[in-house]
Ligand binder design. Structure first.
Ligand code: AMP
Ligand code: MG
Length: 402
């Protein structure tokens, strides 16, 4: 019996070891998953400061200010950002400040420069009143000392990294990125660039898989093409399992006598956990374990290998890194053309969707048709024997923003 996709996902996620972390600089952490919560070591803002170029005042001094009756204040000092004023300002005084300047003691508001006019000498006319607290960025207003800057499982995005840097954090624990060996099996396969003899084809799965592995935060290692010979397959698998956390193979997991991956994996000591998932494309998907290492045996058809990667391997690699969001994000959409799954298997159909959520088929859906894979930016999960009319609401599992 073929496993349901959800059951397959649950089974493989349940054997993935908890994420381990490594300390790295913020720059090296870009795009990775935080392995630990980080608490802020300081208040952010670190001190009360001016939100504007202007003048620090006592709000009560300028309560009556207007264009017709400006209030004149003596400019007692000037504090550029980065400097600290020792004196306290008194009634009738102000201090020239710039955005980010420390608020001097005695002041409780900042009048912005645009609401003033210079007056000679060392004085300024205030043309509008301010409320206490106005134009002041308060100490701790952004993040209080001790509050969480990020949680374990968060992706270290530009925004989160900026926040960590602003709080003075220079290194973080990022989840270790799994190394992933990428193997293509098939005696017919040749490297792009080689000259093909009749019957041979170009190998195209490793590159696409390596890109997706990288996008999932893992470290791909492309290994040589393996012919459909048992000994060669055993040797390649043994070496890959030794070198990497995860091995992804393509091809050789169907029922033909030259489909040797499952057998070779068992020969080198691996245990097959399951084979066959009730999806199209990609039914022969295979999952196995060797000690702490994982084997994902993807079908060789180019579309099947990429789609099963997105549905089953990507989530596993993200779970390995402790990420919270592991499945492809799902967006609502509406069909602009009818979509049908005439077959008896759940079909993840290649679609193209735009920013408005209009969804149409990306082309022919057979598992060897790469042009529709190239045109697609997502998948629609179509139950067996289902047809949906124009205008039907669907969910699109998306991978590309464009
Ligand atoms: P298999 O899963 O090995 O039976 O392969 C299914 C189909 O996909 C066959 O037509 C293979 O030639 C083709 N195929 C397998 N591996 C690759 C690959 N790495 N690149 C391109 N085509 C492949
Ligand atoms: Mg093959």
């Amino acid at each position: 019996m073929d496993l349901q996709l959800e059951e397959a996902l649950e089974r493989l996620c349940s054997v993935i070891p908890p994420a381990s972390g490594e300390e790295v600089s913020l720059a090296a952490a870009a795009g990775r998953i935080a392995a630990r919560q980080v608490l802020s070591p300081i208040d952010l803002q670190p001190f009360d400061n001016s939100a504007m170029d202007g003048y620090a005042v006592r709000a009560a001094d300028v309560g009556s200010a207007s264009l017709e009756r400006p209030v004149q204040l003596r400019v007692a000092a000037r504090t550029p950002a980065g400097e600290v004023l020792a004196q306290t300002i008194r009634n009738g005084e102000c201090v020239r400040l710039f955005t980010g300047s420390v608020l001097p003691s005695g002041a409780d508001a900042v009048v912005m420069q645009e609401d003033t006019r210079p007056a000679m000498p060392d004085a300024v006319l205030v043309l509008n009143p301010v409320l206490p607290g106005e134009n002041i960025r308060r100490r701790g207003e952004d993040v209080a000392c001790g509050a969480a800057l990020c949680e374990a499982g968060d992706r270290l995005t530009a925004g989160r990294l900026s926040l960590l840097g602003a709080a003075g954090v220079s290194r973080v624990m990022a989840a270790r990125r799994p190394t992933v060996a990428v193997i293509a099996t098939g005696s017919e396969l040749r490297e792009p660039g080689d000259v093909l003899a009749r019957g041979q084809i170009y190998e195209s799965n490793r590159l696409g898989l390596a890109v997706l592995i990288e996008q999932a935060g893992a470290l791909p290692r492309i290994l040589p093409i393996v012919p459909d010979h048992l000994a060669a397959t055993q040797t390649a698998l043994a070496a890959a399992l030794k070198a990497c956390d995860v091995v992804v193979t393509s091809g050789g997991v169907s029922v033909g006598e030259l489909d040797l991956v499952k057998r070779a994996f068992e020969d080198v000591g691996g245990r097959l956990e399951f084979w066959r998932v009730a999806i199209k494309p990609g039914r022969p998907f295979t999952f196995g374990r060797f000690e702490k290492k994982l084997l994902f045996g993807l079908p060789g058809n180019p579309v099947s290998s990429l789609v099963t990667f997105q549905l089953l391997v990507r989530p596993a690699l993200l779970r390995f890194q402790g990420a919270r969001q592991i499945s492809l994000p799902s967006y609502p959409g509406r069909l602009t053309e009818a979509l049908a799954n005439d077959g008896g298997r759940r079909h993840f159909m290649r679609v193209r969707t735009d920013a408005e959520g209009s969804v149409r088929s990306a082309g022919a859906q057979a598992s060897h048709i790469l042009s529709s894979m190239a045109a697609a930016n997502g998948l629609v999960d179509m139950p067996p024997h289902t047809s949906l009319p124009v205008g039907a609401a669907v969910r699109v599992l998306r991978w590309d923003p464009d």
